[in-house]
Ligand binder design. Structure first.
Ligand code: HEM
Length: 123
């Protein structure tokens, strides 16, 4: 199995992740009914987010906390939502990739999830 090597690899990962996340019984509604999502814009944004984390491209403009504050306001997050998000992310990474970058995106997602829950005061 290969490691994540470029933007195309990240896109494959993100697309498979969203196939799972959007149909998940616990968190799917965030992506299908809580806010309208323009997927043609959202996918490249998320790909840029991870590309910036792995390859320091500077491609992601930021503002993710505000988006999740809004989601939390519309449909209160619980720790279980984050646990599921992270489980889906880890499973998807493990299914497609192996290596330093694969470990990095799993590790960073966990850290960001902890920070986000703290900042949004989720318990
Ligand atoms: C309970 C867990 C989570 C759910 C249900 C969730 C759901 C969503 C949704 C629905 C959006 C689109 C919001 C909008 O366009 O208004 C979004 C955006 C985003 N999410 Fe999450 N998210 C979760 C956790 C995370 C985590 C842990 C990360 C990072 C590791 C993350 C990274 C992002 C990024 C980068 C965006 C794009 C923000 C932008 O448009 O600039 N999310 N999320």
């Amino acid at each position: 199995m290969n490691d994540i090597q470029n933007r195309a690899d990240i896109e494959r990962l993100v697309r498979l992740f969203y196939e799972r996340a959007t149909t998940d019984e616990l968190i799917g509604h965030y992506f299908t009914s809580v806010v309208p999502i323009n997927w043609d814009e959202h996918i490249p944004t998320i790909v840029s987010f991870w590309e910036n984390i792995l390859f320091q491209t500077g491609a992601y403009k930021g503002g993710m906390l505000f988006k999740h504050m809004n989601l939390n306001y519309l449909a209160a997050f619980k720790p279980a939502h984050f646990t599921r998000w992270l489980d889906l992310w880890e499973d998807t990474v493990n299914q497609l990739f192996e290596g330093v970058n694969a470990e990095e995106v799993k590790f960073r997602a966990k850290n960001i999830a902890v920070i986000m829950q703290r900042k949004l005061d989720i318990s």
